[in-house]
Write a new protein. Structure first.
Length: 602
């Protein structure tokens, strides 16, 4: 009979639990139960506290917006009352009588008399920036402001908007065109009244400073994160604020759809962040709505404190439970800690460490596998070292073989002949040069020379060849900086190039040959050039010969140098062959700088 899938899954879980040690099962059960209990209590406590905090924050925010709306209405009312108080002044009444009688002669007298009235109105309401009384006999305004003479009120949009309206009209923020300075202002426009007569064709314009008006609205703001702005029913801004300029609410249809009734609140996303939006309609200007917005996360900042406290308490209890469970399982983890410590020592290249344990559990089995892995790594390292040593030894044998026996035979024969002819001084110099040359070449079994030793080796070789071929060539060597003499090079790197110049470049010469060697620094490397004035070379053909197997005789020396540079430096070093200007051959070597380190290059 087939076992149902849920039952089979349950059996697998039980089997796995049985395979785990008893202490591990106790620790696991203990941690799961404690974590579930602490998590449930913490989530419930946070949910209850957050609901209360959110409710209080929303109510407080709506109250703040309502109070700000009251300030808005109060300011609008005070400004309209200031206009009415202006109409009760004697100077205004005298002006209206002259307007009705069309007496233009007394215009400047009334203009002067109205200055005190204007000053008194501005003193009582500092938000008023400027005032204008437009009459058929002329405009009256505070002389402290400069009137723009190019714009008549009776030719403006304000006149056409007001001529059929009996009461006052509030105009949203705009650039004041009646006075110079291009200041932004809100305008309150009303018809001038005389003895109850409204059809006077006289209009009073009061411009309210927009920035001052915004500051008055924000005076109750407790935080820089609160933003207030006024929008009319079409979504256009009434006053310009940093927030309303940044967000085109007229195009935000989802924002406008939330606005219903005289007041309310809703959440809306601005700049990928959620904000609480509260709004209240003005009682003075029914078309205006005052909005107050605040980022939801900052509004509910107290909830973060509750969240941190809840998480902190949960973390403390979880830590206590973890420490308790850790005590119960620490004995079982000791072998694992030991294995971990050994692995860290291996990271520091200590490959002689080994794991040991008296138990036969899973950790011990891993430890024994770790030991076998270290044994295998050590074996591979020894094999690599032996292989590298063999490679270098073979290379040195090839380099030594490159010094053909006939060079030694010719040198000894020349020494013999000079001895028989009584040229003992030349013979002695050749024997000394040959001795020093072989001493530098052998170099105690080391693979590296300093540049100074390499140049000395080449100089001894040239001294011998100059004795063998008297008058055939001269040898010159120069170093741009003596500091470069201490740089390390693979030994016997330069002599084969000089040998090529003598054997091949001067084969058709009997005298006048010149070999010039220069060493200087480029960026972070050493540049060595060897140039002769011999018959030159076919660089392409020589490079082709360098690709031939090592057993081929021609091109072997240069190929050997190229291979050794690749072996020691990789792509950081290179060798170039070319014809020298004016005839002859030139070999350039670019080698990374490497200070000589004694036996470190053995």
């Amino acid at each position: 009979m087939a076992v149902p899938v849920p039952a089979r899954l349950k059996m697998n879980i039980y089997d796995r639990l049985r395979s785990v040690s008893f202490k591990q099962r106790v620790r696991l059960a203990f941690m799961v139960m404690i974590a579930l209990a602490i998590g449930a209590v913490g989530v419930c406590a946070y949910w209850i506290a957050s609901r209360e905090l959110q409710k209080n924050a929303f109510a407080s925010r709506q109250e703040a917006v309502d109070k700000t709306t009251q300030i808005l209405d109060e300011k609008l009312y005070q400004i309209s009352s200031a206009v009415r108080s202006l109409m009760f002044s004697d100077a205004y009444k005298q002006t209206m009588l002259d307007v009705q009688s069309n007496r233009i002669a007394d215009y400047y007298i009334h203009l002067s008399e109205l200055q005190y009235v204007f000053s008194q109105v501005v003193f009582n309401e500092p938000l008023i920036d400027s005032m204008l009384i437009a009459t058929p006999i002329g405009d009256f305004y505070p002389i402290s402001r400069r009137r723009s003479q190019t714009r008549s009120f009776y030719e403006s949009n304000l006149y056409y908007d007001m001529k059929d309206i009996a009461g006052g009209l509030w105009i949203k923020g705009h650039t004041d065109t009646f006075f110079t300075g291009n200041r932004r202002a809100l305008s309150f426009v009303t018809k001038g009244v005389m003895d109850g007569e409204a059809d006077t064709n006289v209009y009073i314009v009061v411009n309210v400073n927009e920035n001052g008006f915004i500051s008055a609205l924000n005076q109750r703001t407790d935080s820089e994160d609160d933003h207030y702005f006024i929008v009319d029913s079409t979504g256009e801004q009434v006053v310009q604020t940093a927030w309303s300029l940044k967000h085109n609410l007229l195009r935000d249809e989802s924002f406008l759809r939330h606005v219903t009734g005289g007041q309310g609140a809703f959440f809306h996303d601005f700049d990928e962040a959620s904000y609480l939006v509260n709004y209240t309609r003005s009682n003075i200007v029914q078309d205006w709505l005052l909005y107050g917005i605040q980022e939801k996360g900052k509004l509910l900042a107290q909830m973060k404190g509750v969240q941190r406290t809840t998480l902190g308490i949960m973390a403390v209890f979880l830590l206590l439970s973890w420490l308790l469970s850790n005590k119960l399982t620490s004995l079982l983890l000791l072998p694992l800690f030991k294995l971990q410590r050994l692995m860290r020592e291996v990271e520091d290249n200590r490959l002689d460490v080994r794991f040991s344990s008296r138990s036969a559990d899973e950790v011990a089995q891993v430890g024994y596998q770790f030991n076998r892995m270290l044994d295998e790594i050590n074996r591979l390292i020894r094999d690599v070292r032996d292989s590298e040593a063999g490679k270098r030894e073979a290379e040195m044998r090839a380099l030594t073989a490159q010094m053909e026996p006939h060079f030694l035979y010719n040198t000894l024969n020349t020494i013999y002949c000079k001895s028989v002819l009584g040229e003992n001084e030349d013979a002695a110099e050749m024997i000394l040069a040959l001795s020093q040359m072989f001493q530098l070449g052998l170099s105690g079994g080391k693979d590296w020379h300093s540049l100074e030793d390499e140049l000395s080796h080449v100089a001894q070789y040239c001294a011998i060849q100059q004795k063998c071929y008297e008058g055939l060539f001269r040898y010159e060597a120069s170093v741009s900086d003596e500091r470069l003499l201490g740089c390390a090079l693979p030994k016997i790197l330069l002599q084969p190039i000089v040998e090529n110049s003598i054997q091949h470049g001067f084969k058709d010469k009997s005298e006048g040959g010149l070999i010039r060697m220069k060493a200087d620094e480029y960026e972070h490397g050493l540049h060595i050039s060897i140039q002769d004035n011999g018959t030159g070379m076919d660089a392409d053909r020589v490079r082709q010969r360098m690709q031939e197997p090592a057993g081929a005789k021609k091109g072997y020396a240069l190929g050997n140098i190229r291979d050794r540079l690749q072996l020691y430096y990789g792509d950081e070093a290179r060798m170039e062959l070319s014809d020298a200007p004016g005839g002859g051959a030139r070999t350039d070597l670019w080698i990374p700088l490497r200070p000589k380190e004694g036996d470190g290059h053995d």
